[in-house]
Design a protein. Structure first.
Length: 243
């Protein structure tokens, strides 16, 4: 006997390509979003493996899978995905998922602004979307609280010692002053930025020496953000590169 699954998804690009998986898969079980996320990883990883990776996707594809909500106020639950598995938070996929739910009628559209909430592992996200003629023009959301984790230094094999400022905003971000790392943020420096981030990850390993103040567990660096200050006509502005 052969089983056939027809999975429905929709693609959006709100800063990075993200695929929202809407139907065609078994129920994701759990009384809380964390239980649902754990159930997904144990039993349903075939979804991101088949829908986000090549040949249907690519290595930079983001995604999300819709679940039943766990709170009365939320329209749906959502588990954020990438090609390697699950992530707790993702701004690009939040924008894409909100647009998909509204434009496909899974969340009733109210023009000019549609408001609703989504349950996530980290807590509820309050969504606000500008809608005109049934099309989502812009999405905003109130993220979970962010906080500063701590600072540390990493010595690289090439002799550089790079300071990293860790903060949480849905993921754990390692902020690096580009100038102190000897990098000028430009398109020409793309390879150097990526190679420096890879060298930092290799030097750090899976977790940093810093602990999440909420639970005391050592934290990873999910993304590196290289920051460069530049003078502007009015005050100062910053360039940033995420890896």
């Amino acid at each position: 006997m052969f089983a056939r699954n027809i999975v429905t998804c929709v693609d959006h690009h709100h800063g990075q390509a993200s695929r929202t998986i809407l139907s065609g898969y078994p129920a994701i079980r759990g009384a809380t979003m964390r239980e649902k996320a754990d159930y997904y990883i144990r039993n349903m990883s075939w979804l991101h493996e088949s829908m986000l990776r090549e040949p249907r996707g690519h290595r930079n594809m983001l995604g999300a899978v819709i679940t039943d909500p766990v709170s009365d106020a939320a329209a749906d639950g959502v588990i954020f995905l990438q090609t390697s598995g699950m992530v707790y938070g993702c701004g690009d996929s939040t924008f894409a998922t909100a647009a998909a739910l509204i434009e496909l009628g899974m969340v009733p559209a109210t023009e000019p602004v549609t408001r609703f909430s989504l349950d996530t592992v980290l807590g509820p996200l309050e969504i606000e979307a500008d809608v005109k003629d049934g099309i989502v023009r812009e999405v905003r959301f109130r993220n979970v609280p962010s906080f500063h984790v701590g600072d540390f230094e990493v010595a690289l094999p090439d002799g550089r010692t790079i300071g990293i400022e860790m903060a949480f905003g849905g993921l754990f971000y390692g902020f690096v002053d580009a100038a102190s790392a000897g990098i000028d943020l430009s398109q020409q420096a793309e390879r150097e930025i990526v190679s420096t981030a890879q060298a930092l990850w290799e030097a750090i390993g899976e977790t940093t020496a810093l602990a999440d103040p909420a639970n005391g567990k050592l934290v990873p660096v999910d993304l590196f953000t290289f920051v460069q200050r530049q003078e502007a006509d009015r005050g100062s502005s910053y360039l940033a590169a995420n890896v």
